[in-house]
Design a protein around this ligand. Structure first.
Ligand SMILES: Cc1cc2nc3c(=O)[nH]c(=O)nc-3n(C[C@H](O)[C@H](O)[C@H](O)COP(=O)(O)OP(=O)(O)OC[C@H]3O[C@@H](n4cnc5c(N)ncnc54)[C@H](O)[C@@H]3O)c2cc1C
Length: 394
């Protein structure tokens, strides 16, 4: 049986219903430019970076030239375009996508949504140009899913300054970032406030979290804040309650759901190629009906996740997307992703557990996506509360 040429099959990728066609011509050209850049500069090196567990900081100037930070707020693109970009970054490398998700979504998004106009004018140009790299510090060693219920990190007003004390855990990019947004509880009002902290400030330390089995390229830190003194000029003027933080998380949760789409596109890319090119019993794996069923399941999961995200992006563009809709998207797409990457891993057999073939990295990285930005369970409970009027958690 002749082996088909995977690069010339009628469907180029997992976008089976051509959602990409909904972009404007300008957006589509730009997406293709970004795809080509990622295919040359990121994808070929991603497994090595992952194995080394080091972020390729030398890539930042080249990434800056691509000019991809803040596509919606700054560049005026649609949320659909931004979402497909998240998927495309993830399809090339999930860690690289997470680096962007932290710098652009969580960090830059906090400033765009919560800083004063004066603060934005002072900080955003360097952030957009990737001259200053940012991180987002919300999670704590003892406060994960329940972090909205009360931060242990404190902020105490002292004249024109604030004194920050406490610990943060899992903070992406923070081992080497220039700045980090720290969310802390104002001891006078008990409300959450946000601060832009220069990582060179006395009393601030960040230690790399070692031995991860997912997203090994992107660096996460445990942060300690010991009497860190911050001028009130660095208090984000619009960050004064947890509701304000939620304005940021609602959008970044969408980005993570798009990552789940990109993960599934990557699983489809790798598993389809392998199934067509690998022979057993004298025939390509793709000739076995059980293998075709698994590939089709990955495709169906990818397309259903994408369809949901496309509609949500449209709602976001109309200013109508709700927190619970982001929560359902994050829960649903990551659950489908987990099934898709497991199927993809299985199609590669033993080669599915070594990073040389691409699939193992996609499989392992899925576990981080499943848990961060609100776990599957917590996003399910947020949705459950919205549809029943009854909160299963406080
Ligand atoms: C790779 C990675 C990167 C991250 N990056 C950042 C970052 O940049 N900045 C940041 O602030 N945070 C970051 N996080 C933190 C992330 O958001 C948290 O891990 C997540 O919110 C879950 O918190 P937790 O890990 O403490 O789990 P826990 O809250 O301890 O949950 C453990 C388990 O219990 C379940 N659970 C908890 N409560 C309930 C309930 N009421 N009902 C049912 N089940 C429940 C959870 O779903 C989960 O399965 C990152 C995490 C990871 C793994």
């Amino acid at each position: 049986m002749a082996t088909p040429d995977v690069d010339n099959l009628p469907y180029a990728d997992g976008d089976f219903y051509a959602f990409e066609d909904l972009l404007t011509d300008k957006e589509r050209d730009r997406l293709h430019e970004i795809r080509a850049w990622l295919g040359t500069h990121v994808k070929p090196h991603a497994a090595q970076w992952w194995n080394d567990a080091e972020f390729p900081a030398h890539m930042v100037p080249e990434l800056a030239e691509l000019d991809v930070v803040s596509p919606v707020y700054r560049q005026g693109y649609s949320n659909l375009f931004a979402g497909l970009c998240h998927a495309e970054f993830t399809r090339a490398d999930t860690s690289f996508a997470t680096f962007m998700g932290v710098h652009d979504g969580l960090f830059t998004g906090s400033i765009e949504a919560l800083a004063s106009e004066e603060q934005k004018a002072a900080w955003l140009p360097d952030i957009y140009a990737l001259k200053k790299i940012g991180a987002f510090g919300l999670t704590e060693p003892l406060g994960g899913s329940d972090v909205a219920g009360g931060l242990r990190t404190t902020a105490r007003r002292d004249g024109d300054s604030w004194i920050l004390n406490g610990e943060k855990r899992w903070i992406g990019n923070a081992t080497w970032s220039d700045w980090v947004i720290i969310y802390a509880r104002d001891v006078d009002t008990n409300q959450v406030k946000g601060f832009l902290v220069d990582t060179a400030t006395e009393g601030y330390t960040a230690t790399k979290i070692e031995n991860k089995i997912a997203l090994r390229t992107v660096q996460n830190a445990d942060i300690k804040l010991e009497n860190v003194r911050i001028s009130d000029d660095f208090h984000l003027k619009g960050a004064n309650t947890f509701k304000d933080v939620n304005k940021v998380l609602k959008v970044t949760r969408l980005a993570v759901a798009w990552q789940a789409v990109g993960q599934q596109m990557a699983a489809f890319d790798i598993a389809r190629r392998y199934a067509v090119e690998r022979t057993q019993f004298g025939k390509p794996l793709a000739s076995f009906q059980l293998i075709q069923e698994q590939l089709v399941k990955i495709l169906g999961n990818t397309v259903s996740s994408m369809g949901m995200m496309v509609r949500l992006a449209q709602l976001e563009d109309l200013g109508r997307a709700k927190d619970e809709q982001s929560a359902l998207a994050k829960a649903f797409t990551t659950a489908r992703m987990r099934e898709s990457v497991a199927l993809g891993r299985s199609i590669l057999g033993g080669n599915g557990i070594v990073t040389d073939y691409g699939m193992a990295k996609v499989f392992a990285d899925a576990e981080a996506i499943y848990s961060y930005e609100g776990t599957y369970e917590v996003n399910t409970l947020v949705t459950g509360r919205a549809i029943t009027g009854v909160a299963a958690f406080v």
